[in-house]
Design a protein. Structure first.
Length: 129
């Protein structure tokens, strides 16, 4: 079990190094965007769930996605660095893609709490065919 803790700590350290490196390179806005990306996604989905304009089936998709992310076991376990978080990112992108295809771009843009550059990135990922 100690190795899982070590790997989790390694992921956090690498994440911190990336954010710190961006800040030291004078790219503080990029550093803020990277540091806030996960919290921004959490706020986005929370706001979307509270919006009465959100269709019920997509509310169910968001709830299912959040349940999957909360489970301690995934297709690829989270304690595996990078790959463990990749399947979670894919689930988030597929959820956003479903909402976008249903015409939910306005909802996503309205509820996104982070920088526009982060939103542009996730929209680009979610709309690629």
């Amino acid at each position: 079990m100690q190795w899982a803790l070590f790997l989790g700590l390694a992921v956090v350290v690498v994440y911190g190094v990336v954010v710190g490196g961006l800040a030291l390179a004078g790219r503080s806005s990029d550093a803020r965007a990277v540091a806030g990306f996960v919290p921004d996604c959490i706020v986005l989905f929370k706001r979307m769930l509270g919006d009465p304009r959100m269709p019920r089936r997509y509310t169910a998709v968001v709830i299912a996605m959040m349940g999957y992310l909360a489970l301690p076991f995934d297709v690829i376990p989270d304690f595996i660095p990078v790959a463990g978080q990749f399947d979670d990112a894919v689930v988030v992108v597929l959820t956003l893609r479903a909402i976008l295809r249903a015409g939910g771009l306005e909802l996503i843009e309205e509820h996104w709490p982070g920088p526009r550059s982060s939103l542009s990135l996730i929209l680009k990922l979610a709309t690629k065919s």
